[in-house]
Design a protein around this ligand. Structure first.
Ligand code: SOE
Length: 393
C-alpha cells in the first residue's frame, strides 16, 4: 500500500495559505508514517488559482470542489472556505469516504454543525478541526501541566481574544455577513478561546450565566464585486455603496465550568491597540497559568508551594524536549511563530490517519460541536438576557 496521503485543499485565502504552508513544511520537520502530497487545490478565481497552485506546489487545481472531494485519488479533504459552506463540503467529502480537516468554527449555524457530526458518525473518514492554538507549544504545555495536577481544583478561567482590524474603514467582507459567517468576532475568536479553555482545563462549559453582544459598526463599504476579500480588506476596492453588517463586533460572556469553577470570555475585532491578543489565565487551588499569544513562546506559571520565593515564573517553552512539538524545530530558544501551530497540527493529523496518537488531543467534529453549542448558547443568553444551561453531551 502506498504511503502517499493525497490532499485536496478547498480555499486559497488566509487559511489556504496557512494550510498550504503546513502541508508543504510538515514532512521536512516531522518523521511521518504517511507522506503528504499536495494534490489538488480548489478556488473560485481560475487565474488566481493557477498562480496559487504554482506558488505553493499544488499538483492540480480546479474551481469544481465537488470534483475534488470525490476524486478517487484524494485521501484527505482540507476545508479552508467561509463558514457557510463547511457543512456541504465536509458532508460530501465524508460521503465519498475521505478524511476531513475543517477550519473553525465548525459551521455558521448549530444545525449545520450537528449535520456534520451526524455525517462523521456514519463515515469511515476521520475528522479534524483546525483549532490550531492547541498546538502552540505554550498552550500544549499548559494542557500538560494541568493534566499533571499543577493547578488542582480550578476556580477561575479568564480568556480574551482581542483584535482591532474590524474598525470603520474595513469593508463589508464575508466575515460581516451573518448568513455566511454565522456570527462575527464571536464565532471567529470566542471559538478559539472556548476550545482553548476546554482543552487546557479538560473541563466542559455547563452554563452561560450572562452574555452581551454588540455591533458597533453597522454600515460598511461594499466591495467591488460583492463580498469576499481578505481580512481588513487590504487592497480590496470598494463600490462607493454602503451595506449592513449583520454580525457582532464583540461578544463577552460569563460561564460555569464542569469542575465547579467560573469562566469569562471576551472576543472583539475593535479592541483598539490589540492586533492578535489571544490570552488566558487559569487559577487553581495549587497554582495558576497565564498565556498571551503576543508572547507566544512563553508560559507564565505561579506555584504558591514555592513559599517565600513564590512569584510568576516565565517558562521559555521553546527550550527543552519536555515541551510539546519543540524537538521537531530548532535548538533551544530559537522561537516559533503562528505558522508552526498549523504545521504541528498537520503532523498530528497525518499521525492519526496513520493510526498513531497525536501529541495532544485533537478536536474532531464531535468535539468541535461542544464548542459550537457554547457559542450558540452565549448568543441565546445575550438575546434573552437570561442564563442558558448547556447539556454536556
Ligand atoms: C481573523 O480573526 C483570524 O484570521 C481568525 O479567523 C483566525 O482563526 C485567527 O487565528 C487569526 O485571526
Amino acid at each position: 500500500m502506498s504511503d502517499e496521503l493525497n490532499i485536496a485543499l478547498l480555499g486559497t485565502k488566509f487559511m489556504g495559505r496557512a494550510h498550504s504552508n503546513a502541508w508543504l513544511s510538515v514532512a521536512k520537520f516531522f518523521d511521518l508514517d504517511l507522506h503528504p502530497t499536495m494534490h489538488t487545490v480548489v478556488g473560485r478565481n481560475e487565474q488566481e488559482l493557477a498562480a496559487f497552485a504554482r506558488r505553493w506546489g499544488w499538483r492540480e487545481h480546479t474551481s469544481d470542489w465537488r470534483q475534488a472531494v470525490t476524486d478517487d485519488r484524494v485521501h484527505l479533504v482540507d476545508i479552508g472556505t467561509p463558514n457557510n459552506v463547511h457543512a456541504e463540503q465536509a458532508i460530501a467529502a465524508l460521503e465519498a469516504g475521505k478524511h476531513v480537516a475543517c477550519e473553525k468554527p465548525l459551521a455558521n449555524t448549530l444545525a449545520a454543525a450537528e449535520a456534520m457530526v451526524e455525517a462523521a458518525s456514519t463515515s469511515e473518514g476521520k475528522t479534524f478541526v483546525w483549532f490550531n492554538y492547541r498546538r502552540v507549544p505554550a498552550v500544549a504545555m499548559a494542557h500538560k501541566l494541568v493534566r499533571q495536577g499543577a493547578l488542582g481544583t480550578i476556580y477561575h478561567a479568564r480568556a480574551a481574544y482581542l483584535q482591532s482590524w474590524g474598525g470603520p474603514d474595513t469593508p463589508l467582507l464575508w466575515r460581516f455577513d451573518g448568513d455566511v459567517a454565522g456570527s462575527g468576532a464571536h464565532g471567529d475568536l470566542n471559538a478559539h478561546i472556548v476550545d482553548a479553555i476546554r482543552f487546557v482545563t479538560g473541563e466542559e462549559i455547563t452554563a452561560i450565566e450572562g452574555a452581551v453582544e454588540e455591533t458597533f459598526i453597522t454600515e460598511r463599504q461594499v466591495l467591488d464585486g460583492g463580498s469576499g476579500g481578505e481580512i481588513a480588506g487590504a487592497g480590496s476596492s470598494t463600490s462607493g455603496r454602503m451595506g449592513t453588517s449583520t454580525v457582532d463586533d464583540a461578544v463577552a460572556f460569563l460561564a460555569r465550568l464542569s469542575g465547579g469553577g467560573i469562566a469569562s470570555f471576551e472576543a472583539s475585532r475593535v479592541a483598539t491597540g490589540y492586533h492578535n491578543a489571544n490570552r488566558f489565565e487559569i487559577h487553581g487551588e495549587k497554582g495558576a497559568l497565564r498565556f498571551d499569544f503576543e508572547r507566544m513562546n512563553e508560559l507564565d506559571y505561579y506555584n504558591p508551594g514555592d513559599g517565600p520565593t513564590a512569584g510568576w515564573r516565565t517558562i521559555d517553552v521553546t527550550r527543552g524536549a519536555e515541551h510539546p512539538f519543540v524537538e521537531a524545530w530548532w535548538p533551544d530558544s530559537h522561537g516559533l511563530g503562528y505558522e508552526h501551530s498549523f504545521v504541528n497540527q498537520a503532523a498530528d493529523i497525518i499521525a492519526m490517519i496513520a493510526g498513531a496518537s497525536p501529541v495532544v488531543p485533537m478536536p474532531d467534529f464531535a468535539d468541535a460541536l461542544r464548542t459550537q453549542r457554547v457559542l450558540d448558547a452565549a448568543i441565546e443568553a445575550a438575546r434573552r438576557r437570561a442564563p442558558i444551561p448547556i447539556d454536556p453531551v
